[in-house]
Ligand binder design. Structure first.
Ligand code: HC0
Ligand code: SF4
Length: 575
């Protein structure tokens, strides 16, 4: 152990701790714009490029970056000396000297770490004047906008994309203050291998990376008297949306969310959870079909669009192993434009389906031509993120925290506990097992919790005996972890039967469209805990017990994995 003092407070920390980490143990949060370290996910952006975390160390002439300097025995550190504060201010001024001054209108203004830090440090003028760089804004994709003019070269996006996701879209060119973060050959994002997972924008401290804003498109539909506007909400939205209104991470706001959507004017408020139950019926049937007919294993889940794009790009030789199930919100869109349109007697072209998702890749997914209900109308017309919904609520001046709880509309609002857990890593497989077990054994499953599939480890494995056979299961989150396992499958070295893969660390609760978590793992854990609380509170916890699903098959779809189900609920992949 190492003994030192920080601002005259003595403390003892393990060897190898940095000054930044040591200070946090005594509630001193030294600011930083680039540092980012999540132990559980094994990622670490530690390049000390922003230099706003500088501190004074007794006996040293130069200020030191606290994020990259390990503590030493007897060290005397001052984090709040005038010199340290002035140096921080100077660094922020320098960054601002080459930054657009459009804070009033910037999409990130409420969440920008640079703007916040300038305010906290009392920066009142920018003493440096220079030529501002001018780069083109990349609006080529349906998910992400890249404005390199607002980039402060912290390299967090690069770490996320290259090390955690192993997609390798970004690289830094040039040196020092001249550095620019670019895509290879400066190509627009839509022409790279980008999966639109949004993890780069989830950690970007400024407005350099943001989602494609669809809010006005939703307002337009809501104000069009000829459109019947139906909204659906993803499992993970309800455990994070409250954070946008100052509530504690892990608050469950399902009822308030539904109430706010009605206030905004949606004609029906449906639940993607209904479609998650439906996905389980289809996916468990597909798994059982493959098991009983000698089909190819492992079966890979296919509900995460960033993961789908990743395997299409990187593993085009394995396109026959992912499940053919559309993702739940696409299944829902497809049903609304067919079954529900018929029920209402409305032309599907007069229905607008809006999905509220924790994800930016869902924007790209909804635009995929394979996922159109017909040539004239898509399954899902507009996708907005959790953050965009929060903005609409603010634009409409709704007091979110004062709303009374309301219920989803019937019948596409009914769901079980198996559906809600889709929102966190491990949940899709746990839900599938609850149903596949009963399909394969014909017996009731007593203990519905599969603890081995829970938690934040990047690759979780379990062997689960069902009807006298051992099934090898894996749950993976983060695309780098997915690559490791996919390479084993390609080499014929894997004996898994079924694998769940989600692109984002934590699963959908950590999606690129969620309220910014600023690298705080505890926030993701609180959201996951809320998901499991919601599951426990549901009277029904197995998808096949959802009575609205049973009725839907009986009245409209026919058999699970049958002909009509195939037409409406399954898709195909392209290399
Ligand atoms: Fe998810 Fe989904 S669970 S991908 O993680 O499968 O985005 O929340 O909506 O579609 O249901 C995201 C979350 C969804 C879908 C569902 C799946
Ligand atoms: Fe990389 Fe994901 Fe960002 Fe695309 S969205 S650049 S894959 S981190």
């Amino acid at each position: 152990d190492i003994h030192l003092t920080i601002n005259d407070i003595p403390l003892t920390v393990p060897e190898g701790t940095t000054i930044l980490e040591a200070a946090r143990t005594i509630n001193i949060d030294i600011p930083t714009l680039c540092h980012m370290k999540l132990h559980e996910m094994h990622y670490n952006n530690n390049i000390a490029s922003c230099r706003v975390c500088v501190v004074e160390i007794e006996g040293r002439r130069n200020l030191a970056s606290s994020c990259s300097t390990p503590v030493m025995e007897g060290m005397v550190v001052k984090t709040d000396s005038l010199r340290a504060i002035q140096a921080r201010r100077a660094m922020v001024e320098l960054l601002l000297s080459d930054h657009p001054k459009s804070c009033l209108t910037c999409a990130k203004n409420m969440d920008c770490d640079l703007r916040k830090l300038a305010a906290e440090l009392g920066v009142r003028a920018i003493s440096y004047e220079g030529v501002e760089s001018e780069f083109e804004i990349d609006q080529s994709s349906s998910s992400i906008v890249r404005d390199p003019n607002k980039c402060i070269r912290c390299r967090r996006c690069e770490t996320m994309c290259n090390e955690v996701q192993t997609v390798g879209v970004y690289s830094a060119m040039g040196r020092g203050f001249e550095t620019v973060i670019k895509t290879a050959f400066d190509l627009p994002l839509s022409q790279t291998a980008c999966t639109f997972c949004g993890q780069c924008l989830a950690v970007c401290p400024t407005g350099a990376l943001t989602e494609v804003d669809q809010v006005d498109k939703v307002w337009k539909a809501l104000n069009d008297p000829n459109q019947f506007v139906v909204v659906q909400t993803a499992p993970a939205v309800r455990v994070a949306l409250g954070e946008e209104f100052g509530m504690e991470p892990g608050s469950i706001v399902t009822g308030k969310m539904v109430a706010s959507l009605r206030r905004l004017g949606f004609n029906r408020v449906f639940d993607t959870d209904f479609a998650a139950d439906l996905t389980i019926m289809e996916e468990a049937s597909e798994l059982v079909h493959r098991i009983q007919h000698g089909g190819r294993l492992p079966l890979l889940t296919s509900c995460c669009p960033a993961w789908v794009k990743f395997f299409e790009h990187q593993f085009p030789d394995l396109l026959d192993i992912p499940s053919t199930c559309k993702s739940p919100h696409q299944m829902m869109g497809s049903l609304i434009k067919s079954y529900y349109a018929k029920t209402l007697g409305i032309d599907p072209k007069s229905i607008t389906v809006v999905s509220v998702m924790p994800c930016v890749a869902k924007k790209y997914e909804a635009a995929r031509p394979e996922l159109a209900q017909s040539a004239e109308t898509a399954d899902v017309d507009i996708v907005i993120t959790t953050r965009e919904l929060a903005r609409m609520v603010r634009e409409a001046s709704i007091h979110f925290d004062h709303l009374k709880d309301e219920e989803f509309d019937h019948p596409l609002g009914e769901s079980t506990g198996a559906a809600i857990i889709f929102g966190t890593t491990g949940g899709v497989l746990e839900a599938a097992l609850r149903t596949a077990y009963e399909m394969l054994t014909g017996e009731a499953l007593e203990k519905v919790e599969f603890e081995a599939l829970r938690g934040m480890n990047g690759i979780k494995e379990a062997v689960i005996p069902i009807a006298g056979k051992d099934y090898r299961i894996a749950v993976i989150h983060g695309l780098g972890n997915a690559r490791t396992v996919l390479e084993k499958i390609r080499a014929g070295e894997s004996d898994y039967d079924v694998i769940e893969i989600m692109a984002c660390p934590g699963g959908c609760i950590g999606g690129g469209g969620q309220p910014y978590h600023h690298g705080n793992m505890e926030i993701l854990k609180s959201r996951a805990a809320a998901i499991y609380r919601e599951d426990r509170a549901k009277p029904l916890r197995k998808s096949h017990e959802n009575l609205a699903i049973v009725a839907l098959y009986k009245d409209y779809l026919g058999e699970p994995y049958g002909e009509r189900a195939h037409k409406l609920l399954h898709t195909s992949y392209t290399a």
